[in-house]
Design a protein around this ligand. Structure first.
Ligand code: OGA
Ligand code: NI
Length: 357
């Protein structure tokens, strides 16, 4: 296998392309027609479920029950929902997003100090995957590790803006707390012990990493995507969307639903590992990002993952003669390797595991 220490071709920052003001995007970013954003849009009133997490703490047991039920339906039928009253302060949410926006608007020279390599992907990047000549997405990103602590290295986090490290610490702590709370809810909703999923994820040894996505303005948004269709390989993803610009689309049957974020909401989606643990009761759903001619977009995707060397398999109580285990046992590390060696994904990535046994 080729050494994955460097990119197969020179890295081009999408932000630089955008700022060059050229009216046409390079061929490398032009998607084949079936993958382009479709013109026929879905009815504008459809949205992913919006759930008020305050309901989980309501004094009235009927309200608590109804909130659990809403989350259950969202996990089974959508794989995606947005939450409000999640415990993260509005100032923290806006502050974190704006600090990253500032980072991306800093000089290219500053950002290049953090240029990443495909070995760990940590730092400032502009592509995922190593396939030479691949069609690329219209985005740059910054990727960093928070947990396990052994992978956290503040020197790999931007030193500017000066409060970035402190703010990202605070934001990360809150996301990890939210992740733990939701794993408890998911466990109960699946009829498991309340600490079942937390323990399967490795207790306090979970993984948590952040990808901040920057989608520059694009002169030909109909021909490309900010992020190609994919499912998230990990446990749960917490997405903080841009407050001004929509762009995230979620697959629902044959349609792409454009998510309309509520103010200060966090979007939650089920990753492949939870689809496996729930034996496909919960769905890891495909999603993608479209770009915009007049507006840039910033989003923060926080990946809350199982400890990477634990075996993940369907919960035994969810395996019955009628619902046999759909997936083999595999660690998250092995799964990521499996995805990488498979090359570009087909549909839902975890589906292809079914035929592996
Ligand atoms: C991701 C992702 C969506 C977005 O980073 O995995 O799906 O809106 N991001 O940026
Ligand atoms: Ni994603």
């Amino acid at each position: 296998m080729a050494c994955p220490c460097d990119w197969p071709e020179p890295v081009i920052r999408v932000q630089s392309l955008s700022e060059s003001g050229k009216p046409l995007i390079p061929d490398r970013y032009i998607k084949p027609p079936p993958d382009r954003p479709s013109v026929d849009s879905h009815p504008p009133d459809i949205n992913i479920p919006l759930i008020d997490l305050a309901g989980l703490k309501n004094d009235d047991p009927a309200v608590r029950e109804a909130t659990l039920k809403e989350i259950s339906v969202a996990c089974r039928e959508w794989g995606f929902f947005q939450v409000i009253n999640h415990g993260l302060m509005p100032e923290l949410i806006d502050g974190t997003r704006e600090i990253w926006r500032e980072f991306f608007h800093d000089s290219m020279e500053m950002k290049q100090k953090y240029a990443n390599s495909p070995k760990t992907y940590e730092g400032y990047g502009s592509r995922l995957g190593l396939q030479k000549g691949a069609i690329l997405d219209w985005s740059d990103y910054y990727f960093l590790h928070y947990l396990p602590s052994s992978l956290k290295d503040h020197n790999k986090w931007p030193e500017r803006p000066s409060s970035l490290r402190e703010v990202v610490e605070e934001y990360s702590k809150e996301i990890v707390r939210l992740g733990r709370d939701l794993l408890e809810v998911f466990s109960l909703n699946l009829g498991l012990r309340d600490d079942y999923l937390h323990n399967r994820f490795g207790g306090d040894d979970i993984g948590a990493c952040l990808r901040v996505n920057f989608y520059p303005k694009c002169p030909q948004p109909d021909l490309t995507l900010g992020l190609s269709s994919h499912s998230d390989p990990g446990g749960i993803t917490f997405l903080l969307p841009d407050e001004n610009v929509s762009g995230l689309q979620v697959r629902r049957d044959e349609q792409w639903i454009t998510v309309k974020p509520a103010r200060h909401a966090i979007i939650v989606n089920i990753g492949d590992q939870l689809q496996v643990l729930s034996n496909a009761v919960y769905k890891s759903v495909e999603h993608r990002v479209i770009v915009n001619q007049n507006k840039e977009r910033v989003s923060l995707a926080y990946f809350y993952n199982p400890k990477s060397d634990l075996l993940i398999h369907p919960a035994p109580t969810l395996v019955t003669p009628e619902t046999p285990a759909l997936y083999p046992s595999m660690t998250f590390d092995e799964y990521r390797l499996f995805l990488r060696t498979r090359g570009p994904q087909g549909k839902s990535q975890v589906e292809s595991l079914k035929s592996e046994e």
